[in-house]
Design a protein around this ligand. Structure first.
Ligand SMILES: Cc1cc2nc3c(=O)[nH]c(=O)nc-3n(C[C@H](O)[C@H](O)[C@H](O)COP(=O)(O)OP(=O)(O)OC[C@H]3O[C@@H](n4cnc5c(N)ncnc54)[C@H](O)[C@@H]3O)c2cc1C
Length: 819
């Protein structure tokens, strides 16, 4: 066995072997893989081999598309057939909301170039003659379907072997029957891995251990949020109708999915495989896979599957005559949001994660491709935020993950509404004033484990969302919250913000080297700063305030706590000249905003608040009511006169009550996340993670004013210089969408020019309640980015006319926020 390798991959399932293959494609041949048993011995060998291209995520959609394209050419490249049956894939719809979901998906699919067709019931019948279209009584009527001609199913073991062949031909080595038992970081910064066959030193380690993800993570001190759930499929005997149908010369039937009944069905030899996603499937191996489990399966539980068997039989009557040959029940890796964990681990260097794959056969190609890119090039080629392991934080402990994974599993086929908020594992993290907000009618959502008030139901209004792709029951109330904040004053509880304090003699220079803007030099000065990737993409967004000499307060998105914290921690200089402290939990934040905000705040503080004393984009440490050491920052995400008050958490109640008391005469009220979103879109404010991602540079994001190429070197500067020299191909724009009646853009819609050519992509959208307009923001070909350009945008299957409008259609001169 080798004693040293550049990369060691732990785990010989399809995901590990794909990572190995892609590392060799990037030219790294000194790479080895350890598998404790045989290749495919984990979940891979018993997977049904389906390759669904359908995925609502822009990132995961791209990974799946890459996989399907790769698998089509892999056989010819390696000489190992992968048994890819390109049968197509038909997803049925039996309700209008399901069609809305498909149309929403189609918009995303268009932006990433996945071929699909929306088909009518007659076309369903033509594509799938054995289907019962339904009478609307016993069997729901099919009202349409989504057809992907390009996907189908593959033999997972053959696929793994083809990837193995490709990797080994290029010099990679695989050691079977070799378990990695322990990991230790050496003084040189390398990893020393102890295996059952001896030790090996590695520069990088990739964990691709499927159901073993938590055990593997523990070797590196990581609590990996991936726990398997039981997943079953039924294998049927021969179907006489199917045999007769195929004897007539008909091609293999498309994979059939009936999401409204939560199952898939595909041909298997002369019979079928039926795979339900049922209620009640338990998480397994939360503390680790049992030593005795090996390559086995779990006992089948047909009772749980029966409702789906019955539904499928009604839809495909030939199933009735088929005997059940086998029930396969295997552990399937899951994560709390159903997307895999692909990217760097947190807190440890050169450990990479490729775990938590519930559609691992489908995702393996894309995940291996991007992880190899990341390891070799230092960053991935596409925006990977949606699968970055650091999108979860310390809150994702064992019980949370068990509850969420079981919930995610049973909801695989439910309609993925954009305003959907699922109930499991809640409330987990709450703001100090949670109970008060609850009594005020908060309708809660969850993000990064935090409960956040999405909107507030007035007395007598039901505190419940009616989820939809269209305007829904919150519309009027969200509108009222926006109007209150624009016309009077409101409070938004922003406790989840990620908050760091950076101090020390090296703090200013260190921060300056991380971001494209100038870091504040005067005490009290504040700046919006972007940390970029080496390619110049938008990595993170920080609001940096200089609180005192050698002391800065750094605020970023709530969901970026681990993502940003890990980045900052890794980047710290070794000489101890900078101290970084995460104060997210130690400080709460209320945004007090609206034209009356100054009057309210002035009742609680002695500090002069007029413009000369406390200008926009500045911060001061104040006493507010009984609260001391409040960092008052004159900034907000809605573009109004106002302050974010970042206070020591122990003052949460007294400060909250004091603000409400002081504001009563000005008609103060609570404002939720949805109103904030509407108002920030009216101001064209870009949201990190949606509008600002590594896919776009600050020049493309039209944030040129936050970039100073004349300052010292910063990460991404060289790429920006080059981009400036070569020309900027895309620009961030704001669109007013016309003739919208009930379905606003939500993000991920394609934008077309007047000839119908796709020229851009919306990244966010919504209804601007104060402007009374439907708005989208996003990226468009630079030559079309002039105000007044007519375009169209696809919303739920309809092309809507739209016009490019000036940035910040609400208060474009920014008078209100500077008032
Ligand atoms: C019933 C069922 C049907 C499925 N159908 C589909 C489908 O149709 N389409 C689809 O896309 N996905 C499907 N899946 C999911 C799919 O099986 C998984 O997503 C995929 O196999 C995950 O691959 P992996 O390489 O991540 O993990 P695994 O295949 O589990 O591989 C991990 C490997 O790591 C090894 N290992 C663990 N610890 C160590 C260690 N310390 N040292 C060395 N080796 C170690 C294990 O032995 C194992 O071989 C299905 C899953 C189930 C259960």
């Amino acid at each position: 066995m080798k004693s040293h390798a550049r990369v060691v991959i732990i785990g010989g399932g399809v995901v590990g072997v794909s990572t190995l293959y892609h590392l060799t494609k990037k030219g790294w041949a000194d790479v080895v893989l350890f598998e404790r048993a045989e290749l495919t011995a984990g979940s891979t060998w018993h997977a049904a081999g389906l390759l669904p291209l359908f995925n609502m995520s822009y990132t995961v959609g791209q990974l799946h598309k890459y996989s399907v394209d790769l698998y089509k050419r892999l056989g010819a490249e390696t000489g190992q057939d992968v048994s890819f049956h390109v049968t197509g894939n038909l997803r049925l719809a039996t309700c209008p909301e399901r069609m809305d979901e498909y149309h929403k998906y189609c918009a995303t699919a268009n932006t990433i170039g996945v071929p699909f067709r929306i088909v009518t019931p007659d076309e369903v019948q033509a594509l799938w003659p054995l289907v019962n279209l339904g009478d609307g009584r016993e069997t729901a009527k099919i009202i349409g379907a989504l057809f992907h001609p390009d996907d189908g199913h593959i033999a997972p073991a053959d696929l793994t072997m083809a990837l193995r062949k490709g990797a080994c031909n290029a010099g990679a080595e695989i050691y079977l029957q070799t378990e990695v038992m322990a990991a230790e970081r050496t003084a040189s910064g390398e990893w020393k891995l102890r295996t059952t066959q001896g030790n090996i030193m590695a520069e990088h380690v990739v964990c691709a251990t499927g159901n073993y993800a938590r055990q593997t993570g523990r070797m590196f001190g990581l609590n990996v949020p991936a726990i398997p759930v039981e997943h079953q499929y039924i294998v049927y005997d021969e179907s006489p109708e199917l045999v007769a149908y195929r004897r007539s010369g008909a091609p293999e039937l498309a994979v059939l999915r009936e999401p409204d009944q939560s199952y898939y069905l595909r041909e298997e030899r002369s019979g079928w495989i039926l795979g339900p996603y049922e209620n009640g499937a338990p998480a397994v191996f939360a503390d680790g896979v049992l030593e005795s489990f090996g390559r086995s399966l779990l006992p089948g539980n047909l009772d749980r599957l029966l409702p789906h068997v019955e539904a499928a039989t009604r839809r495909v009557p030939p199933l009735e005559k088929c005997g059940i040959k086998d029930v396969v029940n295997g552990p399937i890796p899951y994560t709390p949001d159903g997307s895999p964990l692909v990217g760097p681990a947190w807190d440890v260097r050169n450990v990479w994660i490729n775990e938590g794959h519930s559609f691992g056969i489908t995702a393996a190609g894309g995940a291996g491709w991007q992880l190899a890119e990341w390891i070799v090039e230092g960053e991935p080629g596409i925006d990977m935020l949606a699968v970055d392991p650091r999108r979860f934080g310390a809150y994702a402990g064992k019980r949370y993950v068990v509850m969420k994974n079981e919930e995610t599993y049973r909801n695989v086929f439910t309609i993925h509404f954009p305003d959907e908020e699922r109930p499991a594992a809640r409330p987990a993290k709450t703001s100090a004033v949670y109970d008060k907000l609850d009594r005020m009618g908060a309708v809660w959502g969850q993000r990064y484990g935090w409960e956040r008030a999405n909107w507030f139901a007035p007395a007598g209004v039901e505190r419940r969302d009616q989820w939809s792709f269209r305007r829904t029951n919150d519309f009027e109330h969200v509108g009222n919250e926006c109007r209150r904040m624009r016309q009077a004053v409101g409070i938004i509880d922003l406790a989840p913000f990620t908050k760091h304090e950076v101090s020390g003699p090296g703090a200013a220079a260190w921060l300056d080297g991380l971001v494209a803007n100038r870091v504040p030099t005067r005490i009290g000065q504040m700046a919006l700063c972007h940390a970029l990737t080496p390619c110049g993409g938008m990595r993170s967004e920080f609001t940096i305030t200089k609180l005192a000499d050698q002391r800065f307060y750094v605020v970023s998105a709530g969901a970026a706590e681990r993502y940003d914290g890990d980045y900052l921690q890794r980047a710290l200089p070794m000489d101890g000249s900078v101290t970084l402290r995460n104060v997210t939990g130690a400080r709460g934040c209320f945004a007090l905003a609206g034209p009356q905000a100054r009057h309210v705040l002035s009742k609680l503080t002695d500090a002069p608040l007029h413009n000369a004393a406390f200008p926009w984009l500045s911060g001061q440490v104040l006493e507010v009511g009984l609260a001391t050491e409040v960092y008052a920052l004159r900034v907000n995400f809605v573009g109004a006169l106002g302050w974010e008050l970042h206070f020591p958490i122990e003052y949460a109640h007294s400060l909250f009550d004091a603000l409400l008391d002081a504001g009563r005469e000005y008609d103060i009220g609570m404002v939720g996340m949805r109103a904030m979103d509407s108002m920030r879109i009216e101001k064209s404010y870009r949201m990190w993670g949606l509008d600002l991602t590594p896919d776009y540079t600050p020049f493309e994001a039209s944030l040129d004013r936050f970039v100073h190429l004349d300052k010292q070197a910063f990460i991404g500067k060289d790429a920006l210089v080059q981009q400036q020299a070569h020309g900027i191909l895309h620009r961030f724009v704001t669109l007013e969408v016309h003739d919208v009646t009930d379905a606003d853009p939500l993000g991920n819609e394609p934008i077309f020019d007047m000839q119908g050519v796709m020229v851009g992509r919306a990244t966010s959208g919504g209804y601007g309640h104060v402007l009374g307009k439907s708005l989208a923001i996003g990226y468009i070909a630079a030559e079309l980015s002039k105000v007044g350009t007519p375009v169209s945008i696809e919303i739920l299957g309809e092309r809507k006319r739209a016009t490019l409008v000036q940035e910040s259609p609400y208060d474009p001169a920014g008078r209100e926020l500077r008032a």
